[in-house]
Design a protein around this ligand. Sequence first.
Ligand code: AQP
Length: 340
Amino acid sequence: MAETNFTPRVFSGVKPSGGITLGNYLGAFKRWVSMQDEAYENTYCVVDLHAITVWQDPDALRHATRETTAALLASGIDPARSTLFNQSQVPAHAELGWIFNCVARVGWMNRMTQFKDKAGKNAEKVSLGLYGYPALMAADILVHHATHVPVGEDQKQHVELTRDIAAKFNHDYKVDFFPIAEPVIEGPGTRVMNLRDGSKKMSKSGESDMERINMTDDADLIAKKFKKARTDPEPLPETLEALDGRAEARNLVDIYAGLSDTTPEAVIAEYAGAGWGRFKPALADLAVAKLAPISSEMSRLMDDPGEIDRILAAGAEKAEAVAQPILEKTYDIVGLVRGR
Ligand code: AQP
């Protein structure tokens, strides 16, 4: 539980930096949908300001923002039960982000592995925004006083940084103002790996389309991608432990478990001894059965982009009603004069 007496509130976000992948769905969206049935206030955000930390074509960004929203709605995020909006429509996020740029330390940022992975050998040439991204993410969470942050494993370090920023702010200003938010990282799909290289995570912006399943892929493409997914020659073993060191095989078992709402142990119990000629088609059938209804609902929603924009605008109003007073109180704590 959160360490302070704040309203239990969930915040999480997704970047509209391309098409939504099975990794986003299993690692994040599925959990977000189920949290609507738990005792939380839920806030989900399409984080367009994060997307532009790397180059985005403006039309492609507009499209991806709407398509990401459609994917959330089609997956089961209900705007009547959750606040759903895009980040740039609530300026308090960026404003608190600036305050946190002044709280976070450069040494903390230098330890962020996602920046190192994304910047690679090009660290001098990437945007300042990509470097500062985790401080804005902390603002996204804390401008809502969120106590719980459901994410995939790859975002764990950023949520830990959010805790550090909240704790430093509270300490420096001698207040108990920001909650120390808990990461919620649960289930078999919290780290879905690249289908061609089991040491890398599945990403929207990975080099080859064959390395990921997109929510909009049709049945033939899904079957082809799983058929061509890298594996080893061994059949599935009798125990999960025997999959140690077989990253690609373990990934496919985890995906099966995530899609069928079961555990990797149960999948192994069902498929012990099966070769890939049996397991991969079963996995493809399962993926198609789960994803096809979502993808057809997405395309129905995308036929009316005006309605998507209205949903985002209504969500932004709700989000602003929570975020603006928290930002204003932060300004008061910091000593910024507000005469209006
Ligand atoms: N492969 C993954 N497995 C499990 N969870 C994942 N998430 C992303 N990839 C996986 C989770 O999805 C949520 C939204 O992620 P994001 O879009 O905001 O950022 P990301 O993690 O940087 O996603 P990508 O797909 O890798 O985007 P690009 O390629 O543009 O950087 C988060 O909760 C994340 O953990």
